[in-house]
Write a protein that binds this ligand. Structure first.
Ligand code: TYD
Ligand code: MG
Length: 454
């Protein structure tokens, strides 16, 4: 094989260097150097006779297409995130931290699809290990082939002969191609392999599910271009110590990115959670202080989730602030609002906040529930059990309107809540009379406190 020369190219300005450098000497940017293979200039211009023209431009009105037939994966949550099933010829990337359940999810889909032939390629586990796992998650697995192979050329040749309906490749970091000398998992290997896989998927019209690891920073290991090449990027997240897992699309050429799939990791694989609210609310027999319920929307999906706070006098030194599932900076800001606008003395108190089920919430509408749970714990009075909250809190203690308010109200009503606190601005656009649940519109946090603890 010819010796391949690699160079390092600045992704920002295109400056080349023989060795990797931290800072570009031309544009001054840091950490922009990426390894690339030195290409020889072939000297072909677009006027050259060597270039054959295959494609012709077409008027957009003349382009016809058949309605795509999606493959139903028999997994309602997975279908939902994909936008209604796997599109033939599409390349789907599932990314996530180690041990979160990527292999389990992919294998589960592969073995449970009886109508289709599937090929599960693993570069990480042996055939016996995969069989053991398959035994845990399914009773029958007729049409699923397992292959333990890491050379991409072999994988694709075998696929072409076997012609399965769906291919799973676990993982993109373990496969390699002979065309690049770099080690598996390096930038150029990942890029070359993904391009090859994409070519296979498009030419044969078969969907390929690709599994990718996540690096320390939480983005997909390997180059960002991986995300550009594939059609769909799904992120599998959750806390490894909890049973809930969330699958969300961060890119989807064939559907919306606002859908969300929720799973529960059990001893026999991942169970689909179709009604998350019922699991995420613990509904204690007796009411405890510091617990509130937030009517959140993640993606396009409303669910109610319990937020717990514990406020206690700091025993020594600086008071601690700790939060799981909620942004700590946002918590600090909300505590400052409580202190300044509502006159609560929290500066000398420890504050711990926890979102139930190991779920992380990004929804700003969680603010009001967080504030109320902190307050409830501080004064040690439980909040009414049948009450929930949905509102963003601003720096002056004002309650700001949030999106999808009607969905939140309906979900709360469906779960039997009697009262919901929202922003007064939100009440203007909805017909409060059509709901059985009592809607309380407030413009300041003090109004909510007065109404709750009168
Ligand atoms: P895995 O799919 O191997 O994770 P990944 O491919 O993302 O690295 O899943 C790993 C965890 O899931 C492992 O710690 C064991 C657990 N697990 C279950 O709880 N139940 C099951 O049925 C299976 C197969 C795995
Ligand atoms: Mg795995």
């Amino acid at each position: 094989m010819a010796k391949i020369k690699t160079v390092y190219v600045c992704a920002n300005c295109g400056n080349k260097a023989a060795k990797w450098v931290g800072q570009c000497s031309v544009c001054g940017e840091w950490n922009t150097f990426k390894e690339e293979i030195e290409q020889k200039n072939t000297g072909i211009s677009y006027k050259s006779s060597k270039i054959k023209i295959a494609a012709k431009p077409k008027l957009i009105k003349d382009i016809t297409y058949e309605k795509e037939q999606r493959i139903n994966t028999l997994n309602a949550e997975f279908n939902r995130v994909l936008g209604g099933g796997l599109v033939p010829g599409s390349l789907v990337l599932i990314g996530g931290e180690p041990g979160i359940g990527k292999s389990t999810l992919a294998l589960q889909i592969a073995v449970r699809l009886k109508k289709y032939t599937t090929l599960y390629v693993s570069g990480e586990e042996s055939l016996q290990q995969i069989k053991l796992r398959a035994e845990r998650i399914a009773d029958e697995y007729n049409n699923c082939y397992i292959l333990s192979e890491t050379r991409i050329e072999n994988i694709l040749r075998i696929s072409e002969e076997l012609n399965p309906d769906i291919i799973v490749i676990d993982s993109v970091q373990t496969v390699h191609t002979e065309r690049s000398d770099s080690s598996p998992g390096s930038v150029s290997q990942i890029r070359e392999c993904t391009v090859e896989i994409l070519k296979y998927a498009k030419e044969n019209g078969k969907p390929v599910i690709l599994i990718g690891h996540i690096n320390k920073e939480g983005s997909l290991a390997g180059p960002k271009i991986l995300e550009h090449i594939v059609d769909t990027v799904l992120q599998f997240e959750g806390d490894r110590n909890h049973i809930y897992r969330i699958l969300r699309a961060s890119k989807n050429r064939f559907g919306s990115t606002s859908e969300l799939g929720i799973f529960e990791m059990q001893s026999n694989g991942l169970r689909e959670v179709t009604n998350p609210s019922e699991l995420l609310l613990s509904r204690n027999e007796e009411s405890v202080s510091g617990v509130s319920v937030s009517a959140t929307v993640e993606g396009a999906r409303p669910f109610l989730i319990e937020i717990q706070a514990l406020v206690s006098t700091a025993a020594y030194g600086n008071p601690q602030r700790s939060s799981t599932g909620f942004d700590i900076r946002r918590l600090n800001m909300l505590l400052a609002v409580l202190e300044k606008r509502a006159g609560f003395r929290l500066a000398q108190k420890d504050v711990f906040l926890n979102v139930a089920g190991g779920i992380k919430i990004d929804d700003p509408a969680g603010d009001l529930a967080v504030i109320c749970s902190v307050l409830s714990s501080d004064i040690n009075i439980a909040l009414p059990e049948d009450t929930c909250f949905a509102g963003e809190v601003g720096l002056s203690g004002e309650i700001r309107p949030v999106t999808r308010i009607e969905q939140r109200i309906s979900e709360a009503e469906k779960l039997g809540f009697k009262r919901i606190y929202i922003s007064r601005y939100n009440t203007k656009n909805i017909d409060t009379a059509k709901y059985k649940i009592k809607i309380f519109g407030a413009s300041k946090v003090e109004e909510v406190f007065r109404s709750l603890f009168k």
